[in-house]
Design a protein around this ligand. Sequence first.
Ligand code: SAM
Ligand code: DTB
Ligand code: SF4
Length: 334
Amino acid sequence: MNNIRHNWTKEEISEIYERPLLSLILDAANVHKQYHSFGEVQISSLLSIKTGGCSEDCSYCPQAARFHTGIKVQALMKVEEVVSAAKNAKAGGASRFCMGAAWREVRDNSDFDRVLDMVKEVNKLDMEVCCTLGMLTEYQAERLAEAGLYAYNHNVDTSEEHYSEVISTRTYDDRLKTLSNVRSAGISVCSGGIIGLGETNADRIGMLQTLANLPQHPGSVPINALVPVAGTPLEHNKRVPFDELVRMVATARIVMPKSAVRLSAGRLELSVAEQGLCFMAGANSIFAGDKLLTTPNPEFNSDMEMFSILGLTPKEAFADGHPRRKHNLQHEPC
Ligand code: SAM
Ligand code: DTB
Ligand code: SF4
């Protein structure tokens, strides 16, 4: 087995990223086979529990209040509505349920109490519960952990150098601090980024270096291709060519061998064959359901057809253990 490393240099990652595409895919597939059950793909379901009106200025995001994207702003959903969506997701084969809120940060108020109730209730369904709520303090992370949260999504999004070109209302260090708070609370870290923001290859490599050199590799690494949304500053950005997405997936797989690599936003633009190359190159998780947070995603039935064509099987919940369930000893940090 490869050793899990936390001291990757930019030169090493760049050498991997630049390999001839088919060799890169083969190398990544070999790493993937050593650490994962080949063809097993986690199905995550995503629900926007609070939509739009966000005070941040993330230039890719349709939910930032300052951009006029025409999305319908919605206050925090009711616990019962969320539980019912989670039950539907479970019936459709999802093993993880991720709740997203368009917040800059969590505040200690009744909305947070309601999110804690959502986490408790969805946890009872025996699904891996995930949240993405913006910045968290150590205490808030601990409260989420106590409520039964399995994973927390907080993306670094791009390289440290490129970050201020994309977002000005918070810093890269703010992002890393939240990830550290999440890790300290024993919650699985889900962190990745977006390609297609106008970054260079060096920025992509820098982002992967940040993720791969964290004290523990994230449990999951979402790789998003920008979905350009009218009204955002990035609305005219060009679509990311599929081979660049495959390169990101394969390089993430090689430098973080045990992590789940999630083929996230942007799948609607990819053919089954292109997605197949991503699964070959080590992607082993997707968001299923016809909507991401606010933008469209492939129809559930067409994803199931893809699973059948490519011979993919859905991954069970908690197959890697649970960091906070003491009777379950399978979970080892990456
Ligand atoms: N507000 C929280 C935060 O920023 O962490 C949680 C929700 S936020 C929408 C979650 C992630 O979605 C972002 O970090 C970004 O990576 C991704 N995202 C947002 N808009 C996107 C877009 N148009 N295309 C691709 N990914 C996007
Ligand atoms: C992640 O990395 N991608 C998901 C999830 N984490 C929360 C969100 C993608 C959002 C795409 C734009 C939208 O639908 O609003
Ligand atoms: Fe707000 Fe998150 Fe969108 Fe940034 S990515 S504007 S923090 S919802």
